[in-house]
Design a protein around this ligand. Structure first.
Ligand SMILES: NC(=O)c1ccc[n+]([C@@H]2O[C@H](COP(=O)([O-])OP(=O)(O)OC[C@H]3O[C@@H](n4cnc5c(N)ncnc54)[C@H](OP(=O)(O)O)[C@@H]3O)[C@@H](O)[C@H]2O)c1
Length: 222
């Protein structure tokens, strides 16, 4: 990734922070704007950030995400709108804003962080599942549209990863029970996700596009 510039949303902690660190190790110049500079709840903030960007970025990783627990009976309009905004519409807005620059370079990599809940369902993950299923569709669509310009677009769908999000949404007892349902017997680490992200976003990957890769220790197989 020497000479490449990468924008990583959600780079303050968890999976995004690990991806930022791994990309820096690979030689990229990494941009991880704080929420003060790039607030994905706000289209004006996204447009302002894009307008201030001086030169094209080569790599976009849409990693920021929220997971507010709700099922169909207790789904609020705000939770649905906010989740779709941060997890789906903001990533699309960023991809749309940045792909012209990538086209001018004749090179680009876009990685959308999805989730296993885009392909299987767990109770109370309704807005999240809708948003992550949507981003899988966006990945396929952008991959087809942008491949002629040297831009590859993929998704990466983690299973249970040891981050704030997992700890916030699961009690210690639930996490113990989850471990027994993962064939590898453990939660994944942000660093393991970052390693896969690094390959998908590097020039070493020239052929994989439009795929959402499950990285879940076999969780969805059982
Ligand atoms: N952890 C898992 O098991 C797991 C599994 C599957 C998929 N994922 C996905 O992986 C991604 C990262 O998850 P994580 O576990 O690392 O989450 P996390 O620890 O909760 O971190 C979430 C990140 O998103 C940022 N963010 C949230 N709302 C934002 C907003 N409005 N504007 C800008 N940034 C915002 C946060 O910034 P602040 O620090 O400013 O809050 C933070 O950097 C998410 O897309 C998540 O859905 C996670």
């Amino acid at each position: 990734m020497n000479g490449r510039t990468a924008l990583i949303t959600g780079g303050s902690r968890g999976i995004g922070a690990a991806i930022a660190e791994r990309f820096r190790q690979a030689g990229a110049q990494v941009l991880t704007p704080s929420r003060n500079d790039l607030d994905l709840f706000s289209d004006a903030s996204i447009d302002g950030w894009l307008a201030r960007l001086g030169s094209p970025v080569d790599i976009l990783v849409n990693c920021a995400g929220i997971n507010r627990l709700a099922g169909v009976a207790d789904l609020s309009d705000d939770d649905l709108r906010d989740t779709l905004q941060v997890n789906l519409l903001a990533p699309l807005r960023l991809a749309r804003g940045l792909c012209a620059g990538m086209k001018s370079l004749g090179y680009g990599r876009i990685l959308n962080i999805s989730s296993v809940w885009s392909v299987v369902y767990r109770e109370s993950r309704l807005p999240y599942a809708i948003s992550k299923s949507g981003i899988n569709g966006m990945t396929r669509a952008l991959a087809v549209e942008l491949a002629p310009h040297g831009i590859l677009v993929n998704g990466l769908a983690p299973g249970y990863i040891a981050t704030d999000m997992t700890i916030r949404n699961n009690s210690p007892e639930e996490i113990d029970s989850i471990r027994t349902k993962i064939p590898t017997g453990r939660l994944g680490t942000p660093e393991e996700i970052a390693e896969i992200a690094a390959f998908l976003c590097s020039a070493a990957n020239g052929l994989i596009t439009g795929q959402t890769i499950l990285a879940d220790g076999g969780y969805t197989l059982t």
